[in-house]
Design a binder for this molecule. Sequence first.
Ligand code: CDP
Length: 276
Amino acid sequence: MEKPKLIVDGKRLDGRGFEELRPIKIEAGVLKRADGSCYLEMGKNKIIAAVYGPREVHPRHLQDPSKAVIRYRYNMAPFSVEERKKPGPDRRSVEISKVSREALEPVIMKELFPRSGIDVFVEVLQADAGTRTACLNAASVALIDAGVAMRGMITAVAVAKVDGQLVLDPMKEEDNYGEADVPIAFLIRNGRIEAIALLQMDGRLTLEETRRAIELAKKGVMQIYKLQREAIMRKYMREGEDYEGSAEAAEVAKELSENEGGSEKEGGQSEQEVKE
Ligand code: CDP
């Protein structure tokens, strides 16, 4: 198919500005049988994340006596994409699972759960580009919902170059016909971006464009971070006095609310970027 024009009259195909995210919906605690869970929509992406654990690891030889073993499975439902996807793992999903696990591992306080396992399952129910980043956002919320002690939140978004222009959070057409696609995940702590946890790129950008892409992604993730935090708080508040989740989840929710708007204690991002 011939490449369509992706920017018309300064707007993207879905009417968004260059620095605008797709609409996002996040709900924590949607699955009864998982220890923690999250449903997330980012544009037309629809994602379910389920966390089990910390629990005993099987087979036992995979146990680590000093810390928890983290497993992450990214899976696309056969009906999630235009052409039916053959069920089961493929090269792409194995790679996405690996890099996503590596992005999450440093924020999970694994040393608190020796010999145990924490399993993160993410299911893509509907895909429209940016699923690895949307899945990481959902997984992060599900982990907190499960009461897993975390050093911060992982929040991710992609930036693309389309028709020579950098745009935030590309959708399918922009991903397919763009010049570059850069998914990035950040570690955010106390309302501040502390580190990059994942950065991939296909296509080509100049060094200057790469710097600008990271800056644009930083703006995007601060908005997503706020919604992740709100999703956790909503669940916590709704359950109010009858809150039956783990004490850790309640603690985390409290901590998140106390950190509202970030603090001036540590260096890093300016207060400005923390707010919408
Ligand atoms: O989803 P993400 O951008 O993280 O990964 P990608 O490999 O760049 O894939 C971009 C998009 O291509 C996905 O989000 C799907 O919409 C689509 N796709 C597809 O239609 N069929 C596949 N087997 C894999 C991806």
